[in-house]
Design a protein around this ligand. Structure first.
Ligand code: ADP
Length: 211
């Protein structure tokens, strides 16, 4: 089974994919994480992607689709798509790539959440440099300040979580990604993500996915 997690940045996609991977054996395909690891390893793809990411803009579809195609060569089932697809062109490309591998998207989960909550979540977010787990200064602080609970690596603030970049990201999301709700209307399951803890949200997910 392949699942897409759809929703605005800060809506909880990353945390829920962590849970689904740890507890239900899925593998996460996060284009954001793949870009960030390319940046860290100083690959040419990373250098190109960083120009867009640092501004809060989307990386061009050809680059993003190419990277996903490479990933799908290694695995094309049991995946959680987190942050991909984000444009109509990516959604069509994904359908074609999966079809060529006799795969498909089974369910699309759409997290609904208010814009004001998103702003607060993103601008207070901390990320583990190594395992990519996310924390929040107020809502989900680490046990020791600035240090990951799991692997004790340093927690960092993502450059695109600066308030002006967050505003751009939310705008780009509305323009380019929100319309995918219509593209996936036959497979879409909406979940209200307002005022829910990550664990409560996960419980909702398990129910609707029947896993
Ligand atoms: P978030 O969902 O919190 O915004 P991600 O880690 O998924 O964060 O993505 C961070 C950035 O990486 C995006 O703002 C964008 O620049 C780039 N990116 C990630 N996924 C895609 C994608 N599917 N298409 C284009 N750009 C992407």
């Amino acid at each position: 089974m392949n699942i897409i997690l759809l929703g605005a940045p800060g809506g909880g996609k990353g945390t829920q994919s962590e849970f689904l991977c740890e507890k239900n054996g899925f593998v996460q395909l996060s284009t954001g994480d793949l870009f960030r690891s390319n940046i860290m390893n100083k690959t040419s793809l990373g250098t190109e992607a960083q120009k867009y990411m640092d501004q809060g803009l989307y990386v061009p579809d050809t680059i993003t689709n190419g990277m996903v195609q490479e990933f799908l060569k290694t695995k094309s089932d049991g995946l959680i798509f987190d942050g991909y697809p984000r444009t109509a062109e990516q959604a069509s490309a994904l359908d074609e790539m999966l079809e060529a591998l006799q795969g498909s998207i089974d369910k699309v989960i759409y997290f609904e959440i208010d814009a004001a909550i998103l702003m607060d979540r993103l601008t207070g977010r901390l990320i583990c440099q190594t395992c990519k787990r996310s924390y929040h200064i107020k809502n989900r602080p680490p046990l020791v300040e600035g240090v990951c609970d799991y692997d004790h690596s340093r927690l960092i603030v993502r450059p695109d979580d600066a308030p002006d970049k967050v505003r751009t990201r939310l705008m780009v999301y509305q323009e380019q990604t929100a319309p995918l709700v219509d593209f996936y209307k036959d497979k879409l399951i909406k979940i209200d993500a307002n005022n829910k803890t990550p664990v409560e949200l996960y419980q909702d997910l398990v129910k609707v996915l029947a896993i």
